[in-house]
Unconditional design. Sequence first.
Length: 143
Amino acid sequence: MKSEHQVTILFDQPFWIALFERTEAGKYCVARFVISTSEPESAEINEFLDRLDFGRLTYTPAMVNERGTKEKKSFKKQQKRIQKNATDSRVKHVYSKAQILLKEQLETLKKERKALSKLDKAMAEQAKFELRQQKKKEKHRGH
């Protein structure tokens, strides 16, 4: 099983980030790590990579890597596809497959957090209701 790893340092406003891409068995996944807000120098990047704990990186769910032959498309069809992608909210400000995967991962984490907070609110509301009921019973116990 051949595994390929690639690290890219890029500016994703307002941060400089390290993009870790991994391809193994035809599956592609990516992880992102924020380096800093100022442009890192070569020595800083080397030190960052030496200190980095690769076990702490959270990769996106694996996606099938599509490497097919390029289709010949007319110029107008390409322009239509580009316009469509520009209006697609998922791909609007994204330029690579890695960034699309990271965007999807953020959306799923956001949904999970929302569901968890909704559950917490419901539990708190239920506890509050039960406390009110208990206080009502205690008031009427003496009569």
